[in-house]
Design a protein around this ligand. Structure first.
Ligand code: ATP
Length: 496
């Protein structure tokens, strides 16, 4: 489903008595979310991400603007009618229910309008179909063995999975063949004849009634057409849906546990399964990883990506963690003060930021920002000529230099570096930095430095771990493509 937000605005009124001023949480946000994509809403705390998500969900009313789902305007449509799956950071599972019941819960009151069928006949037919493949059935039962023993519950689940039926049908079949230990040919035959006889008598009874059924067990009206009916889902249908979605998020073996018996990551998978079980057209995830530890966050975000790809559900993912958004989103929206500052593919926004805020928000370690000027066709930082630029006149600027832009000049001159090969040294940047500390971290070395014109928390440079470097003043070459200029007043990018 394609989503369109048109000048979407949410204002929370102020309260003079409490000295609270009005807040424009979302300010004229216009955005297109393409069908099947994973969009990240990214930005610092309070920028309006959650408010945007809640308006999409129908849990908060917009002050003005429109929300469109494909060709339908849903701005004022109730939440339940929007076909949305929602996952919060604090999984919000029901503690007294098993995982199975938690996932099944959204389905229990769900009404569907469909052609009316004799579900009993369908079940018997499915049981017969299983018994028509005795070898496959036997194999599924044997595969369910645990420590050399066949347990009934396990066997039921294996058969249900193998034949893609509910566990109730699988249990009926296993009961009828007289326990799982008895695998004799005759038990299968007997069971099959019993189900077949049962089906025949049911068919007879139904065709004699005033609502006859067709060969696929649908009820027919007087004109011989299939009858429509509003009904709840059957327990077989619920079971299939719960099992399908549990397989998708890989928690099949946890279905009988209570939430308190699961890890945080597993609980979050259950919450995702519960959001997906109704097959929503839009999945909304509000900081779903923030309660997980670092390792689990990495794993679970990849899982979310996989699940999103497999289902193809249009998904909006709210996070304040740029690494997370960069890693899994097709596109990101970087928000500030309720407004979208930039939208695009994560790498494109990183490589080509529109302003200083975007440049500073994306990148880990963050971009290094210096006060500088442009004069005489050169960028200057402190007294140093940093880079030739085709810009005329005098301008006060912020110079943003990505940590990976820096290369030790000595290493390049010694031929130990890799940068200068094939690159004209006159177009490189130059900067002298006082290095105070050296931190080794895997494939890179981080140099913590000092510079009088640096503005920010920490000047951090990353270089290849092969490089030999000691604290002190060093001259660096700079990759020009990783140097950005911003107007000192407006903080807008100055392109060159
Ligand atoms: P965080 O990452 O901290 O969750 P966020 O980007 O999701 O932040 P929102 O929760 O959307 O931000 O809030 C946006 C702004 O709206 C904030 O300034 C917040 O204080 C304000 N706000 C949110 N809900 C209300 C409310 N019910 N009443 C008044 N102000 C609100």
């Amino acid at each position: 489903m394609e989503i369109r937000l048109v000048k979407l605005t949410k204002t929370f009124p102020g309260d003079e008595k409490k000295n609270v001023s009005e807040t424009k949480a979302v300010d004229s946000l216009t955005l297109n979310i393409e069908n099947g994509t994973l969009l990240g809403l990214l930005g610092p705390s309070g920028c309006g991400k959650s408010t945007t998500l809640y308006m999409l969900a129908g849990l908060k009313d917009p002050t003005s603007g429109e929300i469109w789902f494909d060709d339908e305007e849903v701005t004022n449509l109730e939440a339940e009618k929007r076909g949305i799956g929602l996952v919060f950071q604090n999984y919000a599972l029901y503690p007294h229910m098993t995982v199975y019941k938690n996932i099944a819960f959204p389905l229990t009151n769900l009404k569907v309008y469909t052609e009316k069928r004799c579900e009993k006949a369908v079940r018997i037919q499915k049981a017969i179909a299983i018994l028509e493949e005795p070898e496959r059935l036997r194999k599924a039962v044997l595969e369910s063995q645990c420590d050399g023993k066949i347990k009934k519950e396990n066997a039921v689940l294996y058969v249900a999975k193998e034949f893609h039926v509910s566990r109730f049908i699988a249990a009926d079949v296993l009961k009828e063949i007289g326990g799982i230990a008895k695998n004799e040919e005759s038990a299968y035959k007997d069971a099959k004849s019993k189900f077949a006889a049962h089906l025949e008598s049911l068919k007879k009874r139904l065709s004699a009634s005033k609502d006859p059924i067709d060969e696929a067990f649908y009820y027919l009206n007087e004109k011989g057409e299939r009858r429509m009916d509003t009904r709840r889902l059957t327990r077989d249908e619920i079971d299939s849906l719960v099992r399908d979605v549990s397989r998708l998020v890989q928690i099949e073996e946890l279905l009988e546990r209570k939430p308190s018996e699961l890890s945080g990551g597993q609980q979050q998978r259950v919450a995702i399964a519960r959001a997906l079980v109704k097959k929503p057209k839009l999945l909304l995830l509000d900081e779903p990883l923030s309660n997980l530890d670092a390792r689990l966050r990495l794993k679970t975000r990849e899982e979310i990506r996989r699940i999103q790809r497999e289902t193809g559900i249009t998904t909006v993912f709210v996070t304040h963690d740029q690494d997370e958004a960069m890693a899994i989103c097709d596109r990101i929206v970087l928000m500030k003060d309720g407004k979208s500052r930039q939208v695009g593919k994560p790498q494109d926004v990183y490589r080509d930021p529109n302003d200083l805020f975007v440049a500073k928000f994306l990148g880990n370690p963050p971009i290094n920002v210096f006060e500088g000027i442009v004069d005489d066709g050169y960028v200057h930082i402190g007294g140093e000529k940093v880079l030739p630029v085709p810009i005329e006149g005098y301008r006060e600027v912020f110079v943003g230099i990505r940590p990976e832009a820096f290369l030790l000049e000595d290493a390049e001159k010694d031929g130990k570096g890799t940068f200068l090969q094939g690159i004209d040294p006159t177009v490189c940047g130059h900067l002298t930095v006082d290095i105070e500390q050296i931190q080794a971290s895997g494939k890179d070395i981080a140099l913590i430095g000092n510079h009088p014109s640096f503005v920010g928390d920490q000047l951090k440079i990353t270089i290849d771990s092969e490089a030999q470097v000691s604290p002190g003043v060093h001259s660096f070459l700079l990759r020009p493509s990783k140097i950005y200029l911003f107007d000192r007043k407006t903080e807008e990018r100055i392109r060159f």
